[in-house]
Write a protein of this length. Structure first.
Length: 135
């Protein structure tokens, strides 16, 4: 004869516990294929118009010299908020807030020729745009 087994029902406390989270491996940067070079250009600026203009100049220069370009890839904008008291003495509740945004773009140049590298090094970008170049 079959014996009846006792089945435990989960209590409300046990059901509320979340399931354990499995660790997720981080994505690593894929290395460039063997024998092929890559130039990675990171642009930073406070004004989005300036950074878009700089990215367009870099892409036009790279394409004109025969390289392959990926981008511009928009990276997250960093926002910094500063809160300042308006009054020097009393009125602590009267405050003013200022925001500073740093816009970022990423451009990859694949298979650069010596002419590409030379023209990118001699390229003059607009003021207010910072370019970081890695090979």
């Amino acid at each position: 004869m079959a014996e009846a087994k006792e089945v435990k029902k989960p209590t409300a406390k046990a059901a509320a516990k979340p399931a354990p989270v499995k660790s997720v491996a981080k994505k690593t940067e894929a290395p460039a294929p063997a024998g092929k070079q890559r130039i990675r250009i990171r642009l930073k600026a406070y004004d989005h118009k300036v950074i878009d203009q700089s990215a367009k100049q870099i892409i036009d220069t790279a394409l004109r010299t025969g390289a392959t370009v990926a981008g511009p890839i928009p990276l997250p904008t960093k926002k910094t908020l500063y809160t300042v008291v308006k009054s020097p003495h009393v009125y602590k509740k009267g405050r003013e807030q200022f925001e500073m945004r740093v816009h970022k773009r990423l451009i990859d140049v694949f298979e650069p020729t010596p002419k590409t590298i030379d023209s990118l090094m001699n390229l003059s970008l607009p003021a207010g745009c910072d370019a970081e170049i890695k090979m």
